[in-house]
Design a protein around this ligand. Structure first.
Ligand code: ZN
Length: 319
């Protein structure tokens, strides 16, 4: 069972958006050929290609790390299932809009899957709007099968682990990243994270948000529908179990990143993407650095909440 009473809360460092713009502009320029970081009004995220249930990323931004990889491997703790509505309450933001990266709830879907959470949680008198996607490997052809979560289940459950950004879903000022052609070896999200880690050596910062991979191809993985029957003890064993794909842009990627773990055993970076051409999964990095283009919107989080932290932990499978 989910243990929502196991909860820790840490305040994060939140510089001004103007300061973050300058820091990220300088950091990204080292790894990308063209970089334009700006402070802008958040675009209307109810529009294409996002189609989110709320307009913006603003209002009481916070992140949470729920459960963790130790509930997936070496062997899956299938009873670990969570509800976005309850998570929103635990984040002291009932009715929050939640996005990020999580595992699908195998108990209600009947199989393991990659979940792309996009949920406006329930609030007094208003039911939740669940616009999440999940993906599995289609047994018919071994390829990605993308489905709308609400077509399969009326709830807002997820399983095992989740790295989530929550806010009031309001419009307001956000950081916009326009980035083209990768010259470094790290992904956009990893470069943002390392930039913040280097610039703020004594503080923890977190960003959450969404970015569109506009051009190129991207490496993703999808977990098999069946959990591994034999224990997975190393990254090599995990990578043998996962299925990897190289998929085409455009992709809409939801990310949560933390510059430094303030001692909560966090997954410091986690991104899941969806598309309008049948693809969703766990993101690594573009495989076409010469032509890749990104357009992203992010906001710094004020707090991190650690929910149901595994007591037995390890660092396997956190890529
Ligand atoms: Zn993932």
């Amino acid at each position: 069972m989910a243990d929502y009473n196991k909860i820790e809360k840490v305040q994060l460092h939140v510089p001004s958006l103007e300061e973050l713009r300058d820091v990220l502009q300088a950091g990204l320029e080292e790894d990308f050929a063209e970089v334009q970081v700006s402070v802008v009004e958040c675009p209307d995220l109810t529009q294409e290609p996002f189609n989110f249930p709320v307009k913006g990323l603003c209002g009481s931004p916070r992140i949470t790390d729920v459960g963790g990889v130790p509930y997936l491997i070496p062997l899956a703790h299938k009873h670990k299932e969570y509800d976005m509505n309850t998570v929103a309450q635990k984040l002291e933001l009932p009715g929050a809009f939640i996005l990020g990266a999580a595992a699908g709830p195998s108990g209600v879907l009947g199989m393991n899957s990659e979940l792309v959470p996009l949920v406006q949680t329930e609030s007094e008198g208003k039911p939740a709007i669940n616009s999440s996607y999940f993906s599995t490997i289609n047994p018919a052809d071994g390829q990605c099968l993308l489905e709308k979560f609400s077509d399969k289940h009326s709830g807002c459950n997820f399983g095992l682990l989740g790295n989530l950004y929550a806010c009031e879903g309001k419009t307001g000022k956000v950081l916009e990243m326009r980035v083209k052609r990768r010259t470094g070896s790290n992904s956009l999200v990893a470069t943002m994270r390392k930039t913040l880690q280097d610039h703020y050596p004594d503080q923890s910062l977190a960003l959450g948000g969404t970015s569109i991979v506009q051009k190129g191809k991207f490496k993703i993985h999808i977990m098999p529908r069946e959990f591994s029957a034999c224990p997975l003890h190393t990254d090599a064993e995990v990578n043998k179990w996962l299925q990897f794909f190289e998929v085409d842009a455009p992709l809409i990627c939801q990310s949560v990143l933390v510059s430094r773990d303030p001692g909560l055993d966090l997954r410091v970076e986690h991104t899941h993407c969806f598309s309008h051409h049948g693809i969703a999964g766990h993101c690594y990095i573009d495989t076409t650095p010469d032509i890749v283009e990104y357009l992203g919107y992010y906001l710094p989080a004020e707090f991190v909440y650690r929910i149901d932290r595994p007591e037995i932990t390890h660092v396997v499978g956190r890529n």
